[in-house]
Ligand binder design. Structure first.
Ligand SMILES: [Zn+2]
Length: 327
């Protein structure tokens, strides 16, 4: 992979609510170990949201600018939970990163960021929100069905998927177990539920290459191969695949070069990128390069290259879909 041309399609935007960013975090989430770890790692103070949000962005920009391979990041929003009538259910929502905050941040850094808005198809204005975000320049739509408590296979979302197809907005969906969601319906993370979106013609990107995320066995890998065979509009990102709960999928996929053209680069920033999947599987020189590479974007490239896991970039998809915007 030559030059600084890659797009990372899976970077989390984190933000504490301030008076006008439209974000929300529940008291339960504020107390959770995961959230406290994030605050500690980035030395963020929850009592001063504006400074904390600024610092999170500055840290991300610094690491991105320092990367030798990655040019741009898709910063992801996080929609909430919606009730039967399509109204926001704040009591069930753990956190919400608003599309306005995502779009505004991406607009402020056009050379670094692309907007990965989040739209729960259960919201009553889901189709209008797709149009609004597409008009505002969004690059993709991200969802996390287990957290957002919707079933991607629900046929009442057909119009939503058709609108995504029509506006050429890829649909990036979390797949597998989600650790931050104890007690929620984890079966909503089954990638087979993405078939409806594929049938309606939307470009689907399954996050974490369909890995299950529980270390046991990769129960979704048959689905991955079936989709790759049957749908030209199916892709998967390689984010988080170096983590202990997902690296079996990395080791599986490196044996299947025929599907590498379906893989898109991503990290799952701010999560760590680890090198131990490569131990004993690459030469010492390659391993020591991975260990020396502290930049998470570059380490993800080094580990995947070292293990011969081929991948493309979201940019390759956007070239086809955004041709209309280039004069
Ligand atoms: Zn993620």
């Amino acid at each position: 992979m030559a030059g600084k041309t890659l797009i990372d399609c899976h970077v989390h935007l984190a933000a504490l609510p301030d008076d006008n960013n439209g974000c929300y975090i529940s008291p339960k989430m504020l107390r959770s170990p995961l959230f406290r770890f994030l605050l500690w790692k980035h030395q963020l103070s929850p009592s001063n949201p504006r400074d904390a949000n600024r610092k999170y962005l500055d840290d991300l920009l610094t690491e991105l600018h320092a990367s030798r391979h990655v040019q741009k990041a898709v910063i992801l929003g996080m929609d909430g939970v919606y009730d039967q009538n399509g109204r926001l259910n704040q009591a069930e929502t753990d956190f919400l990163i608003s599309n306005d905050y995502v779009l505004k941040t991406a607009r402020a850094y056009p050379n670094e960021f692309l907007a990965g808005v989040s739209i729960n198809p259960q919201r009553r204005d889901a189709v209008e929100e797709v149009h609004r975000c597409a008009d505002a320049g969004a690059a993709l739509v991200k969802v996390l069905p287990n957290a957002q408590q919707f079933d991607p296979a629900d046929t009442s979302y057909r119009a939503f998927y058709r609108t995504l197809a029509e506006r050429k907005l890829p649909f990036l969906s979390h797949v597998g177990y989600e650790f931050s969601l104890i007690g929620k319906d984890q079966s909503l993370g089954d990638p087979d539920r993405l078939r409806l979106a594929l049938d309606e013609g939307a470009t689907v990107i399954a996050a974490h290459a369909c890995s299950y995320g529980l270390m046991l066995f990769e129960k979704f890998s048959p689905t991955f191969h079936t989709f790759a065979r049957n749908y030209h509009n199916f892709y998967a990102d390689i984010s988080a695949l170096t983590l202990p709960n997902r690296f079996r999928m990395l080791l599986h996929l490196r044996q299947h070069p025929e599907v590498h053209e379906r893989l898109l680069f991503g990290t799952d920033y701010p999560l760590s990128v680890l090198h131990f999947a490569a131990w004993g599987r690459v030469g010492f020189g390659t391993l020591s390069t991975m260990i020396r590479t502290k930049n998470r974007f570059d380490r993800q490239v080094e580990v995947c290259n070292g293990l011969k896991l081929g991948f493309g970039s979201l940019g390759d998809l956007l070239v086809h879909s955004t041709a209309k915007t280039t004069p």
